[in-house]
Ligand binder design. Structure first.
Ligand SMILES: [Zn+2]
Length: 186
């Protein structure tokens, strides 16, 4: 993963080469990747990512965590996905939960919003009460059901969402060290 903004070399509007160019903005002069030809600016704003702590209503209230097929380490995480154009955050997380686990959502509540600067994302975390048959998408290798007292939280975006949920169930969260390289979007 390279630094913020280092992943674009050409202007998406005119194909001119992007360069770090200083320009006056509301907050003062700011160097960003810009196009010298057409003045397009690569703002590099964080991408909204939806995340869900899934409480399985028909499995004794256990929490479903899943392992991404692309991960080398055997780690389990919240269900996450990018918010898409034309949907609300609530619609988006219902869609992601359906696509990735097959579960139907009874109700959703917002846990909070966290930055995840390593991936230039903003995590919008929900508690989802869900039920149904579990059918994982090919993106996910396996899932596990956990009692709230048995899970450990990563000290980053989705981990803070999980910690907030645990506190709501009267469990003081325990945090893990984040592995050096997590090959994931969240
Ligand atoms: Zn341009």
């Amino acid at each position: 993963m390279s630094g913020p903004g280092a992943d674009y070399r050409y202007c998406p509007r005119c194909a001119g080469e992007l360069a770090p160019i200083s320009q006056a903005e509301d907050g003062g002069d700011k160097v960003r990747l810009r196009c010298a030809a057409c003045a397009w600016t690569h703002w590099n704003n964080p991408t909204p990512v939806l995340a869900a702590v899934i409480e399985c209503a028909d499995r004794g209230g256990k929490i479903l965590l899943a392992r991404n097929a692309a991960w080398k380490a055997r780690m389990f995480a919240l269900i996450t996905g990018f918010m898409e154009a034309g949907e609300t955050p609530e619609d988006g997380i219902r869609r992601e939960i359906g696509e990735e686990t097959g579960l139907e959502v009874d109700r959703l509540s917002l846990l909070g919003v966290w930055d995840f600067q390593r991936m230039n994302q903003v995590i919008i975390g929900y508690h989802a009460v869900a039920r149904g048959e579990i059918r994982l998408s090919p993106e996910l290798a396996e899932y596990k059901l956990f009692e709230p007292a048995d899970v450990r939280c990563w000290p980053a975006g989705t981990g803070y969402a999980l910690a907030t949920y645990l506190r709501s169930r009267g469990v003081e969260p325990q945090f893990l060290e984040l592995p050096a390289r997590v090959q994931s979007d969240s």
